[in-house]
Design a protein around this ligand. Structure first.
Ligand code: SF4
Length: 493
């Protein structure tokens, strides 16, 4: 679909909106006019008339069997004219796309990944009722998602209050997995292929952690939360896990760290020896992620474990002493149904994890699913929407509340990812990262450091090399880049 942009700067927003409705189409942006031979396009324009003080917004959606326009005039003499004009054009386009596809979107014209951040900004400025009303009337967000946003924002707020100007969080990347999930677009490498790299990788990663901790100490920063993620960190041997966790423990001031998480992603990589290394190492939160408890779906998505292995792994983790366990699920997996998802959720609830994160399947470009031609489609989207509604009903009944939420592009049904937790067990790292509350220092391949100005809103990014082999061969450069963290904080003092 070609989207023509005439006389305005809202191309990015219009493209994102079109992508919500036509997720599988190639979208091209053009600043030309549609020639007479082009029969399928979207035309968006804004004409400002200074003399009468208004802007005329015009949107036309044309395909072989659809041709409608939507127009609106707005006055230009308002404080936030550009924003208002963009929103007005988005509303015009949204209405036409709803008609064209026969669908509405749960998040209305909101396309950003952090709706809760926007909700909070509105709430802080004008109050919660205003924020709810704005989401509903100005952004066309559904009642269910307005409720979810308001509830999530309230819970998030308590966690954000813990962050101080000197707070930082630490992310440590172990980008290896036992096999590749069909929906994965991450750089993670299967351990079989990367076996030789794991040992040298961990040695260097530990060096980077030591250097990071030195900077954190020197600059008097407070490591609020530390997260070892991946990939699947528990792919490491017990000895390698010990080396990694001891390095963290011996170099950061753990007495001030509020949360130390290890992602024990795949149930089939966990055993009691690894769990006790993790537990004895002071890790107070782990995440065991089955994604589904339906064995045939597990097979389809390329995870080489069964539902039973999840139950066993969870039991082992409790026996090892863990009192804060998260489980990740995905709504909208191929071949999964609302009924089977509901059974998965029931199964997870019998385990009573402290938190449950429910993602919606996102069809990323480099995932196997996408390459095999699996598309976002109406049936899957409808099933995913039902699954998310089941969560909205069952999780609060079981004592869970939403505490963080984000969106991704190309998700089934344009739905969201939500972290649910029992009171007091919210994953703080998740909230800090999603809100961009404070600096997050990344260590390891693929990790990104985001330096957050403690008084302003600016973010400075430092990228590590993406792949383990690059990380190993270019490690000197990694250390040089890490020095920029020190320089950044030197500049603030
Ligand atoms: S466990 Fe996560 S990182 Fe590893 S292959 Fe699956 S989706 Fe990718």
């Amino acid at each position: 679909m070609i989207v023509y942009i005439d006389n305005h700067k809202f191309a990015y927003e219009m493209e994102n909106l079109v992508r919500l409705f036509l997720p599988n189409e190639k979208i091209c942006i053009s600043t030309d006019s549609p020639g007479s031979m082009i029969t399928s396009y979207i035309f968006t324009s804004m004409n400002i008339n200074e003399q009468i003080g208004n802007a005329h917004i015009y949107v036309r959606v044309r395909t072989d069997d659809f041709d409608e326009t939507s127009v609106k005039d707005i006055i230009i003499d308002v404080d936030d004219f550009e924003k208002k004009a963009e929103r007005t054009m988005a509303i015009c386009l949204y209405g036409l796309l709803c008609k064209l596809t026969g669908k509405t979107k749960p998040w209305g014209i909101l396309t950003g990944v952090r709706p809760i951040k926007l909700f909070r900004r509105l709430s802080d400025e004008y109050g919660t009722l205003y924020a709810e009303d704005y989401f509903k009337k100005e952004l066309l967000v559904s009642d269910e998602k307005v409720r979810l946003s308001s509830w999530t924002e309230k819970n998030e707020r308590e966690i954000l209050a813990l962050s101080k100007p000197e707070s930082v969080s630490i992310y440590i990347s172990v980008p290896f997995c036992p096999s590749r999930c069909s929906y994965c677009s991450f750089i993670s490498q299967t351990a079989d292929r990367a076996k030789k790299l794991i040992e040298p990788y961990i040695d260097l990663l530990c060096k980077e952690i030591v250097m990071t901790a030195e900077i954190v100490r020197d600059k008097r920063l407070v490591p609020e939360s530390i997260y070892i993620g991946g990939g699947t960190p528990t792919i490491l041997s017990a000895e390698q896990l010990r080396q990694l966790i001891e390095t963290v423990k011996n170099n950061f001031d753990m007495s001030v760290c509020r949360e130390f998480t290890v992602e024990a992603g795949r149930p089939d990589t966990i055993d009691s020896e690894k769990l006790s290394v993790i537990y004895e190492g002071g890790v107070d939160r782990i995440s065991i992620n089955p994604q589904t408890l339906n064995d045939s779906v597990l097979e389809v998505i390329g995870r080489k474990h069964t539902a039973q292995q999840m139950y066993d792994a969870f039991k082992l983790a409790r026996t090892a002493g863990f009192k804060n366990i998260n489980t990740d699920l995905i709504a909208g997996l191929p071949t999964d149904t609302a009924d089977s998802f509901s059974k998965t959720l029931d199964g997870i609830l019998t385990l009573s994890p402290e938190s449950i994160t429910v993602h919606t399947l996102a069809l990323k470009r480099s995932s196997r699913l996408n390459l095999e031609g699996h598309n976002v489609n109406t049936d899957n989207s409808r099933a995913a929407a039902k699954m998310i509604s089941i969560c909205m009903k069952k999780l609060p009944q079981a004592g869970y509340e939403p505490y963080y939420l984000y969106r991704q592009s190309k998700t089934e049904g344009s739905l969201e990812n939500t972290g649910w937790a029992k009171k007091g067990f919210e994953g703080k790292y998740n909230v800090f990262v999603m809100d961009e509350t404070h600096t997050v220092i990344g260590c390891g391949a693929g990790a990104v450091t985001k330096l957050k100005d403690p008084v302003g809103n600016s973010l400075t990014r430092i990228f590590n090399y993406k792949y383990p082999y690059e990380y190993i061969s270019g490690f000197e450069e990694i250390l040089k880049r890490k020095e920029k963290v020190r320089t950044y904080y030197d500049g603030l003092s």
